[in-house]
Structures are given as structure tokens and as C-alpha cells.
Design a protein around this ligand. Structure first.
Ligand SMILES: Cc1cc2nc3c(=O)[nH]c(=O)nc-3n(C[C@H](O)[C@H](O)[C@H](O)COP(=O)(O)O)c2cc1C
Length: 156
């Protein structure tokens, strides 16, 4: 059975909600073992044992949040069994298809976890202002992203 772990960072709860909706999309497909966790609470060795890791962070000053950057660095120190990584993020700026912080998270994964496959494109979810809430219509993109991700993994 394929195993997908969603790890998120979130200050005000919006990226957490996006992560939960991605998980919902993944779970709509049968036969996938899933787990989810806040970046500062997850047991990194457990995460490293999953086939696919989905990383999500809020945009902080045009970059993925500090806690997520640290997490990627810690993953890079492990002997990972994982094969794939997908990235997503939330942002409050002007409308973009893929926000620059998500692009940077993807670049970071390609550089630091170069033996893993980065599943693209990443997902960017827009929030209203710093605290949110998530802009209407954006949450369904999360569910779709989760569903499509499983399709991409299975077609490899
Ligand atoms: C310190 C800080 C810096 C931020 N910088 C940006 C930014 O450069 N561009 C942007 O689009 N949003 C920026 N934001 C808005 C965040 O992206 C928004 O707070 C986040 O998506 C909310 O997610 P969360 O509820 O999971 O924390 C910033 C927020 C904070 C707290």
C-alpha cells in the first residue's frame, strides 16, 4: 500500500486547513495509507518511512516559513526511504498560479533532497490578508490536488 505523509507549518490555521483538505482528496482514492502532522510535532523518522511526503508552508516574506526550511534540512540529514515529495503553500499577495514561496520550497527540495522525485506543479492557496481566511473556492483546489497527486504517483 502506498503511504503519503502530509506535513504542514501554520501560524494562523490556514495552511493546516489546506493540508487537511489535501488529505481529504488523497483519502478519496482507495488503498492509500495517510498521515498528517504539524511540522514541529511530527516524528521525522516516521515521516521518512513514507513513500511520499507532502510539505506545506505559509509564505513568510516571499519564502516558505522558517520551520519548514528547518524541516527540509533535517530530512536531508536522514537516509530517506521516501521516493516523492510534493509542495504547497498559502500566501496573501496578488493572485498567482504558483506563489514564489512554493516555487522556492520546490527548489529547496530539488537541491537538498535531490535523490527524491519532486512532483510538480506545486499548489498555492490564497488567503485574505495575513490571518486569512482562505479565499472562497481555494479549498476545493486542495482536494483536487490530493486526488491528482495520487493519480500522478500511480502513473509513475
Ligand atoms: C511574517 C509574515 C510575513 C508574510 N509575508 C508574506 C509575503 O511576503 N507574501 C505573501 O503573499 N504573504 C505573506 N504573508 C501572509 C502569509 O502568507 C499568511 O499569513 C499565511 O498564508 C497564513 O497561513 P497560516 O494561517 O497557515 O499561518 C506573511 C505573513 C507573515 C506572518
Amino acid at each position: 500500500m502506498e503511504k503519503v505523509f502530509v506535513v504542514y507549518d501554520s501560524k494562523y490555521g490556514n495552511t493546516k486547513l489546506a493540508a487537511e483538505n489535501i488529505l481529504e482528496g488523497i483519502r478519496e482514492v482507495e488503498g492509500i495509507e495517510t498521515a498528517i502532522g504539524y511540522v514541529k510535532d511530527v516524528d521525522i523518522r516516521k515521516v521518512a518511512d513514507f513513500d511520499t511526503i507532502v510539505l506545506g508552508a505559509p509564505n513568510h516574506m516571499g519564502r516558505p516559513s522558517q520551520a519548514m526550511k528547518k524541516f527540509v534540512n533535517r530530512l536531508a540529514e536522514l537516509d530517506l526511504k521516501s521516493k516523492n515529495v510534493a509542495v504547497f503553500g498559502t500566501y496573501a499577495g496578488k493572485i498567482r498560479t504558483v506563489d514564489r514561496a512554493v516555487k522556492k520550497l520546490g527548489k529547496m527540495v530539488e537541491k537538498k533532497l535531490s535523490n527524491l522525485n519532486l512532483v510538480s506543479p506545486g499548489l498555492s492557496i490564497r488567503v485574505n490578508g495575513i490571518r486569512g481566511p482562505i479565499v472562497e473556492g481555494e479549498l476545493s483546489k486542495c482536494v483536487d490536488f490530493g486526488k491528482k497527486l495520487v493519480g500522478q504517483l500511480r502513473s509513475q
